[in-house]
Design a protein around this ligand. Structure first.
Ligand code: PEP
Length: 249
């Protein structure tokens, strides 16, 4: 199976011109390009081999209507959006996003036919208490985030992103590959242990946290890892394309 490589551009680049040229370069099969939402309409015609995603959705279950400020998954789908990140640690920390809101977003995304990428991951403080505590923390986030969709059907991506490994610019602070592989294995085992609830879902586990050309090969050896969520390196198209090449040949 080919691995999925997800490019999270965060709040970059600064101009539509740059966004279009970056998207043209990074548009490859099995790649999901996730730009800031204002660039979505323009990129709809640029991203052809890969797919488009957004960094967030609102938990609104409607295609349109009197929902001031909201962008529902069903509305965004009309602009070619196929994936959405939900519960990124930066949104949890900076926008005060709670597990309850995250659970609603996951449900409304799935109801609209958008594939949610649920981000889970422990903070440095939790990790310093040991791997067992980190696993408890991550599985708890997982449970809460998926709380409203038990027994449903669809495709869900779980991104394991240890908070302390994000945006270190690949300077050696990325999670150790075995730890990441084991956590994603734990996530999958946790979901399949309650098979009745999750049997109808296709669960994909990806790793994110300072993935770059220097470390992606090691993570790739972990059999539980089905793909990567790439932040900073996705803004450097040459590096990003090299990652895609290493991952999918
Ligand atoms: C992210 O923010 O989802 C991420 C993985 O960023 P980076 O690759 O820069 O650590």
């Amino acid at each position: 199976m080919k691995h999925l490589v997800i490019a999270n551009w965060k709040m970059n680049p600064m101009s539509l011109k740059e966004a279009i040229s970056l998207a043209k370069e990074e548009d490859k099969k099995d790649v999901v390009i996730i730009p800031p939402t204002p660039y979505i309409p323009a990129l709809q015609t640029v991203v052809k081999k890969g797919s488009l995603g957004v960094q967030d959705v609102d938990p609104i279950n409607a295609v349109n209507g009197p929902y001031t400020s909201a962008l529902s998954p069903a509305f965004l789908k009309k602009f070619g959006v196929r994936y959405t990140i939900i519960g990124h640690s930066e949104a949890r920390a900076n926008l005060g996003e709670s597990d309850a809101i995250i659970a609603h977003k996951i449900k409304s995304a799935l109801d609209a036919g958008i594939i949610p990428i649920l981000c889970v991951g422990e903070t440095k403080e939790v990790r310093d208490m040991g791997y067992t505590k980190a696993r408890e923390f991550v599985l708890d986030q997982l449970e809460r985030g998926l709380d409203l969709i038990k027994g449903g059907v669809g495709k869900i991506i779980i991104a394991y992103e240890p908070v302390w490994a994000i945006s270190t610019n690949n300077e050696g602070v990325a999670d150790d590959s075995e730890g990441a592989g084991e956590m994603i294995q734990n996530i999958k085992a946790h979901l399949s242990s309650s098979m009745k609830l999750w049997a109808q879902y296709k669960i994909i586990g990806v790793y994110g946290g300072s993935v770059g050309v220097n470390n992606v090969g090691v993570f790739l050896k972990e059999r539980s890892i089905d793909g990567f969520l790439v932040g900073s390196a996705s803004l450097r198209s040459k590096e990003f394309l090299r990652i895609v090449e290493i991952v999918n040949g």
